[in-house]
Design a binder for this molecule. Sequence first.
Ligand code: DAT
Ligand code: MG
Length: 140
Amino acid sequence: MTERSLVLVKPDGFARGLTGEVLARIERKGYRLAALAILTPTREQLAAHYAEHEGKPFYEPLVAFMSSGPVTAIVIEGERCIEGFRSLAGATDPTKAAPGSIRGDFGRDWGKPVQENIVHGSDAPESAAREIGIWFPSLG
Ligand code: DAT
Ligand code: MG
């Protein structure tokens, strides 16, 4: 089934100049780009985006990190692209992410409280629809 997924190049990935690398991997995989924007997220956007994590010990540092600088927000499109991008991204912990994945190739533990793991990708059709509405209200 054709799906859309919301991808973010997080502030660490953006600052390291990895947006092009992430875009190249998305395009090399054959997914289409449906929308793209560079912006510094507001706390409100992040509170909506990370609502499922509110109250967890890493929530506040995560929101602080994600609002610390520009991100690239991308909507991708393709058959099973939600699962496909999660596979391109690799495991949440970049130390454990498989080499060949974005997090496995470019991520590591930097000794900071929040894992800076370069990218976000939606994890299910419902969250993709919700997240696309947050970052690209006109596509909602
Ligand atoms: P993912 O980004 O792989 O979907 P998630 O939705 O469980 O992972 O968590 C969102 C982000 O929060 C994740 O990219 C990094 C951070 N995070 C998750 N678990 C964490 C933990 N135990 N300690 C610190 N940061 C964490
Ligand atoms: Mg997640």
